[in-house]
Design a protein around this ligand. Structure first.
Ligand code: UDP
Length: 327
């Protein structure tokens, strides 16, 4: 049995990755401190409750499972919070990742798949982003992820750590079977908040800024379905197992949706009204983040099949109505 360590396996993307890893014949071992994740979401393999800054625990976990690879999802990921508490992001994301990378190298594990972000690119004047675009993050979240990319490069040079870096655009949707889904407390992401507003779990959705330099004045993002995203991770894992070497790929579809377009689509797809309030800009938000790269499709063979607004909102809505975690 091939074991793969999944840090953040109790979280949104990590739990979906565990499901697909198990379906693909791997044993996903969730490593999560449950600071934002849910034990209920760990359904597809063993669970090790551990903090990534606890090197002693990590060494024991590596010795126990002798994993073939790491899929490293665990991180704090809220742009707004990273602007008010940057230390949290540098400590948790960077120190945790460094400790994990050192433990990984010490255990002789050579394959590392890392969740990075399009927030590492920063403001680029509305151009579509490729892997070669300059990385100039404008928030501490993006900066922390950029730093981890640098650490991985250093550890490849010194220890031969092969890595695939995925720079995510906006991850949305949920497992179509609603076995796992997106459940943050507090929730900060656009689509789940729109669904909360639709069914009265909150009074209204606040639009963060209506004066951006975009056709309708709201920020534009590139949304990708979580199931498509985790498919790319399986391909990234195989890429490393096949010895194809380190690489970085954007994971986005190349289609941009404004905040207003997401709201309008959600109203149509759910056939419900979305109460909205127009608010101030959220510090740290870029005007537009859209992928301009086909590298994941061309080189990895990635074929996103569910990343339409219709599938993403419908799957999120099904989960929203039926699924939740209790602990
Ligand atoms: N957004 C918004 N209202 C909200 C939450 C998000 O207008 O209550 C906007 C946010 O400013 C950004 C987009 O929706 O332009 C996506 O934000 P999200 O937090 O989902 O993801 P991020 O782009 O920060 O990774």
């Amino acid at each position: 049995m091939t074991h793969v360590l999944v840090t953040g396996g109790a979280g949104f993307i990590g739990s979906h990755a565990c499901k697909v890893l198990a379906q693909s014949g791997y044993v996903p071992v969730t490593v999560d401190n449950l600071s934002t994740g849910w034990e209920d979401a760990v359904k597809f393999g063993p669970f090790e409750k551990a903090d990534l800054q606890d090197r002693g625990r990590l060494d024991k976990i590596f010795a126990r499972y002798q994993p073939e690879a790491i899929l490293h999802f665990a991180a704090f990921s809220q742009v707004g919070e990273s602007m008010t508490d940057p230390g949290l992001y540098w400590r948790n994301n960077v120190m945790g990742s460094l400790t994990l990378i050192e433990a990984c190298v010490a255990a002789g594990c050579k394959n590392f798949v890392f969740s990075s972000t399009c927030a590492t690119y920063g403001e680029q004047d509305g151009v579509a982003l490729t892997e070669q675009s300059p990385q100039a993050p404008i928030n501490a979240y993006g900066a922390s992820k950029r730093a981890i990319e640098d650490i991985l490069e250093n550890f490849e040079a010194s220890h031969g750590l092969q890595h695939v870096i995925f720079r995510y655009f906006n991850v949305a949707g949920a497992d179509p079977d609603a076995e796992v889904g997106e459940f943050h407390q507090p929730e900060t992401h656009l689509i789940p908040l729109v669904l909360d507003a639709i069914d009265g779990k909150r009074d209204a959705l606040t639009i963060y800024g209506t004066d951006y330099d975009t056709p309708d004045g709201t920020c534009i993002r590139d949304y990708v379905h979580v199931m498509d995203l985790v498919d790319a991770h399986i391909l990234g894992l195989k890429w490393l197992q096949d010895g194809k070497g380190s690489a970085a790929f954007n994971l986005g579809t190349g289609s941009g949706f404004s905040v207003r377009e997401v709201i309008d689509n959600s109203a149509v797809i759910t056939n419900r009204e979305v109460p909205i309030v127009e608010g101030a800009r959220r510090p740290g938000d870029c005007t537009k983040l859209v992928s301009g790269s086909g590298a994941a499709r061309d080189k990895l063979g990635w074929t996103p099949t569910r990343s339409t607004m219709k599938a993403m909102v419908s799957d999120a809505w099904r989960w929203h109505q039926n699924g939740h975690y209790d602990k």
